[in-house]
Design a protein around this ligand. Sequence first.
Ligand code: Q0N
Length: 286
Amino acid sequence: MADAVHLGSGKVRELYALDAERLLLVASDRISTFDVVLPTDIPDKGRVLTGLSAFWFARTRSICANHLLALRPDGRSTECRRLSMLPIECVVRGYLAGSGWKDYRTTGEVCGHRLPAGMKESDKLPAPIFTPATKATSGHDENITGEQAAALVGAERFAEAERLSIALYQFAADYARARGIIIADTKFEFGTDRDGRLVLGDEALTPDSSRFWPADQYAPGGPQPSFDKQYVRDFCEKTGWNKTYPGPELPIDVVRGTRARYVEAFEKLTGIAFDRYVKDPTVTLG
Ligand code: Q0N
């Protein structure tokens, strides 16, 4: 990494330029909750997310091209094709949660999709919906209508991004549901390559870019426990923390329990022992 130029930081990931065509995406072990990065790392979280993302990239190539070029032996770094990113977040929702639930409760719609009356929080939608958002430079992403998104990227790009996003979500949600995990919603980021083709970038279908719920505890009519972050959230609620920076340090039992949940999600979804992944990250690509 001696000659990699740091391009930017997300809350938990770093992006470097390798050369004119390639980037390096590095997933740290940092965890955020209530939008605040906590001072305590979750060991191997970055590897779990990188491995899961690579697993999905390898299995969705027939739906959509993606930016993955190679996994580094550290298991947390991905060499990617450099793209020109679309200025929208491509969110797909299969269930009514988060800002989708809030918008439905006040308007009966989510991003211009009119939904049946009388739905409860966390209900499954009649069919997955595409609910784009703008990339907020500061603070929270803002939901926009399809018309607003089409004005930002063009009507044809919008239609293509919508079709690919729904197909990717449908594939992964069916796959995960058969393995005990509900993917309630997810966010994709697409870019275009030099030939103008739409390519899936970023991380994909991880617990950081999606809501993962344990299927055996699914009970609509209220919020669902998070597959990965529930121990962290419960601990943070218990401390009386006001959810502004800085967050609390996590006790060792919360760290261990949370790490175990990430590893469990990885193993349930991929069918690969996490130890095997650590020895050879390319096992996810088969
Ligand atoms: C890119 N972001 C937003 C890492 C994640 N393949 C690509 N080509 C060009 N640009 C990007 C990608 C990708 N992926 C994606 N920013 C640039 C997410 N970042 C935020 C910082 O941490």
